[in-house]
Write a protein that binds this ligand. Structure first.
Ligand SMILES: [Zn+2]
Ligand SMILES: [Zn+2]
Length: 84
């Protein structure tokens, strides 16, 4: 029997936190209004890690902002990724 209810990706409740009953009633989605998870609305376009970071494209002339985690902050946008 699974110990944890299914949750929407990116909206993982803190399963170690107390008083989760009211959160799980809403199938996990309600968790977005709780704690710091409310700030994490996106995932790194490289690894899928939930993050709220926005980094500019690694090309100095490009101002495109990309959702990237701390480990992938030098990634280029789709246009510049094709260049060496
Ligand atoms: Zn990443
Ligand atoms: Zn770019």
């Amino acid at each position: 029997m699974p110990a944890q209810p299914k949750v929407t990706k990116g909206l993982l409740p803190h399963h170690s936190a107390p008083r989760l009953g009211s959160v799980y009633v809403f199938d996990g989605r309600r968790a977005v209004t709780f704690s710091e998870d409310a700030a994490v609305l996106s995932s790194c376009i490289r690894c899928g890690e939930p993050t709220a970071r926005l980094e500019n494209c690694a090309d100095p002339s490009c101002r495109t902002e990309l959702v990237l985690c701390a480990e992938h902050e030098d990634v280029r946008c789709a246009v510049h990724a094709a260049y060496p």
